[in-house]
Write a protein of this length. Sequence first.
Lengths: 418, 435
Amino acid sequence: MKTGFRALAWLTAVGAAFAVGFTWKDIRSGSPLQAPGFAQSKEKAPEFTPTQLFTGEYRRILNSYYRPTDSNQLLFAGMDGLLGALGDPHTQFFEPYINEEFERSTMGQMSFGGIGARLAPDPLGVKVIQVFRGGPAFKSSLRSGDIIIAVDNDVVAGEASDEIVSKIKGKVGSTVKIRVFRAGRDTIELSMVRGKIIPPSADGNVIEGTNIGYVLVTGFEQPTSQQFYETIRELEAKNIQGMVIDLRDNGGGLLESAVDMLARYVEFKTVVTMSGRGERVETVRTPGGMLHPFKYPTVILLNERSASASEIFAGVLRDYKLATLVGDHTYGKASVQNVIQLAGKTSAKITIAHYGLPGGENISRKVDEDGQYISGGIKPDVEVAISPDPGVALGDLKSDNQLQKAVEVIRKKNPKAK
Amino acid sequence: MSSQPNRIWPFVVAFSVIGAGMGGAAMRKQREMGEIPTPAVADIDSRTLVASTEMQSGLSESEYFYRLLDLIKREFVDPVDDDQKLAVGAVRGMVNSLSDPHAIFMSEEQFPAFQSAQNGKVEGIGVEVDLKFDLVQLKKFYASQAKLAEWNASGRKEVDGKLEDLPDIQPGALIPDIVVSAVIPGSPAEKAGIKPGDLIDGIDGKWSLNRREVTELNDAFEKIRQNKMDRQAYLDLRKKYITRSENAIAPGRIREKLTVGKTGQVKLYWKSPGTPAVKTASVSKDVTKVPAISDTKLKFVLGVDQALQDAVAKKLVAFDLRNSGFGNFSAAEKALANLLPAGDYGFTTSERNDKIIPFNVKGTASETPILKLTVDGTTRGAARFFAAVMKAAGRATLEGDLGPEPVFIFQTVAIQGGAGYIIPTAIYRAEEATS
């Protein structure tokens, strides 16, 4: 009797374990369970499983196409197509080298041998838009507004700015001579040793001829929130009466960085509400104890290439009425992705949740069947399109009409701003 | 004596339960992946297939695919239930990655229309279009793809303190021209005056950005920076470019709009080569029937083999193969078998393995008159292949010149679910000498 009972219990346990093993995938993903015995209904029994379909065509192309095909590249293209078929532009496959580059960029490690300055095209050569703190250009007193007219004694007027920049860049430790035209002065010769440059993702200066600070945030990377805070403190030491935060062309980055930056403005407040697979809902709030007193108006500059963390940062400050938004509507990326490392140094960036801003607005981008923008993104409080003038350099008050508008808004709000 | 089994039993039970669990998971995976088939060998050129390839990741391609699909089903924000669609997407990705204007993936809307055209019933406005790339830029693009493969395998290298760069490709240089390669006789397109060789500019208020326009704008930007251009002219050019890019349509979508559908109409904007004027017309969609032989025009649609045999029996030997359309390769093969005695005629070659394989026709004919075929650059696909083989066999004289493009042999692949694609599998040559 006892043996019989034991044998029965054992058999039941084995059967149950088999069933659990078979349905483990469903249990993990929360989908309806499949029965081990009769998995698919008989009405629609496709000849091939998806894996068979893919593998068959993969081998056919590799073996039949008349040009040589790299087997790895073909596989990557297949994986790219697989994720593409989900119809979500933010779910992407990264082949090894992109994966490597992606990691480098979110760690803020894109580096090269240069002088540490941001440059823009100019008829005479290239114009210095921004000098990175502590870099070679900073040490040899290059200033924003300077125009570089010769590199190593070669006059560069009329050359394409990319070409000029590649002349300025070079091996770390080597010396580059630069001739600069500074308004109201003769030309100046500067000599600097090229260094390993890590462009800061947040940096700023006082806008020429005003008492308004300009902070350019190019991405949301790991060091960004620290750099952002340092920049604010530095500008405030110069007694600024308003601040422009430029998020144009900023495609986003890490959500944590945006949250840390927002913690300077609000504490214990909702940043976004994320709704994931099934019923999962998660609210992200700013931490406390990081609050900073802002005693002047803030304007945020946006355009259609401002996306993701940029939209969260701008949208949250707008919803809490702490900033005025100026520029064009933003991209409209209302989803959160997770990067998952895969075999063979590849990875997949997968949309795991949709988010909503504190004000509840859905900013998700809508496109037509040809991929053209219909609606979505954050609509700025003051809409102004960038001028079509080819001489426009973003961040340069003389030519950048969106920045001019931002300054105008600040002056209206704060009579002390000049 | 009796204490020993007692000590073993708990382990036996535990192992069998764990084993059953693992067995269940393995069986599930086995069922979902399925037996991995080796694909059918391409019909026209036979060759051995290599076995499954081990990736640098150490996983086979099927394992890789299965795992990523599994990951998506677990992590993606919305429920994923159509696995088949994702597998078809993977095939689309692979075919498109070849970046070959002759390798064309067709959706489940396009592929049936393509097959219907091969059988002599052409949907849409009655044209075929080719995407023509700038060959110099395309070569550069292939070189950059090879570079990327290198980076993927062994990382991006640093040269002189700078990360290695890809070959410089002009922005927009890879946007193809959309060229009408065939106009079906009697079709709405023919009635609207569209001719082979015409360039399609846009459709229904949407534009295909033209690479010359992109280059034009880049040049203008350089000129205005150096104060060598009128400001207003620059602004006008920029405005035109922005309007077009805000109403852009992908070349592949234009092809779909022209070749799919039996009713309705499209508004078409096109140019003839050498004339800058843009022509506009509303062209309706229809089903145009294409007979295998009409007058001297020979079309390689289903049944062409029989029609050709009947014609030859009536001593009709002169045929016009211009403006031929892509056609049906298996019909062309049957026609060759009807007209030629068994034997090897010419060769097939492939850049993939540099193998030169004699091209064998399992012919049944003994006595055939010599055909007189009129050809030119618009003799394409199956017709081009037929003309080249007949000439190599010494059973046809060609009036006109096939032009510089190689004679490709294509494979047409239907995928489960209705989509499909074509890929060139070999180049046909009359002589063994490779160039």
